[in-house]
Design a protein around this ligand. Structure first.
Ligand code: ATR
Length: 278
């Protein structure tokens, strides 16, 4: 029986076991997905001897994503571009392979939540310049966005990211986040602003075309103030929960051999278990 787990420190709050258990049951597959606490000091050894630790693969969460990147013997394009690994598996020769599935999760969520969202697109505005922004910028480049603006509180961080991704990605001052929306086809919030317990995201959408898609990676609450404001003015919106669910599909397929589906039932189950609409 194949075994996988969420690894990191801490992992007690992770919803991944519930998501993978849902798919194992739905697809009638034998398999197990658990939680393993792995501190950064032991992480390299742990990932390099995954099988000896009773696992065929795993997800990697904070603070081990960069260590997993170093541990993997083979990295796919997404992992290489993003510089961090959140999914590890052993191939048929026992080689430890790593991917970063956040970018694909972001795309899968928009494909499902707003089909056709990437038709004739050009400009995207990305708020934030952390790990999530890095994965999302990679994903947007895959889908042909020719003009990606990063607005981040710390300009230097957006500049580093813009330089890393190259020509069609530029750093914009955080103060310009509202005016910079002119001509954008997509607005993405990758910061923690608007999350329960965090400050509000202060942005005016007046300059944004009503056709532009608005999405937030924050999903606590599910309907952030940004998404509410966008809906009120008629913009199509996609909430952030689907990114969490879609990013998990890739690892599941690697470990258990079948690509699972993000169903409405799974979404509702996750909303209930996280008390997201409460
Ligand atoms: P993740 O890996 O989830 O992207 P992160 O690397 O901690 O998380 O990035 C968090 C992002 O939210 C950063 O872009 C951060 O801006 P800074 O680079 O200036 O730190 C942004 N962020 C967090 N709190 C913020 C605030 N109060 N105002 C503006 N941006 C904020």
């Amino acid at each position: 029986m194949k075994k996988a787990a969420i690894t990191g420190h801490p992992v007690s709050h992770s919803k991944s076991p519930e998501i993978h258990s849902y798919w194992l049951k739905q697809l009638g597959l034998e398999g197990e997905y658990g939680r393993v606490e792995v501190s950064p000091s032991t992480a390299m050894d742990f990932y390099q001897s995954l099988k000896d630790n009773g696992l065929d693969g795993c997800n990697v969460t904070i603070p081990n994503k960069e260590i997993a990147f170093e541990a993997a013997q083979h990295l796919d394009d997404a992992a290489k571009a993003i510089g961090a690994v959140n999914t590890l598996w052993l191939d048929e020769d026992g080689v430890l392979c790593g991917s970063n599935t956040d970018g694909l999760g972001f795309l899968g969520n928009l494909d499902q939540g707003c089909p056709g969202w990437d038709n004739n697109v050009n400009k995207a505005v990305v708020l934030g310049a952390g790990g999530a922004a890095r994965a999302i910028i990679w994903a947007l480049q895959q889908r042909g966005f020719n003009n990606i603006h990063i607005c981040n509180r710390t300009f230097e961080k957006s500049k580093v990211l813009a330089d890393y991704f190259g020509g069609n990605v530029s750093a914009q001052p955080w103060e310009n986040r509202s005016t910079d929306l002119e001509g954008a086809d997509l607005l993405v919030n990758t910061t923690a602003l608007g999350m329960k317990g965090q400050p509000k995201l202060d942005i005016a959408l007046d300059k944004l075309s009503k056709k532009a898609v608005v999405t937030d990676i924050v999903y606590t609450p599910l309907m952030t103030d940004l998404l509410k404001t966008a809906i009120e003015r008629g913009n199509p919106v996609v909430d952030g929960l689907g990114m969490l669910l879609h990013q998990a599909t890739v690892g599941f397929a690697k470990w258990f051999g079948q690509m699972p589906e993000v169903t409405e039932e799974l979404r509702q189950q996750t909303i209930k278990s996280m008390d997201l609409e409460g």
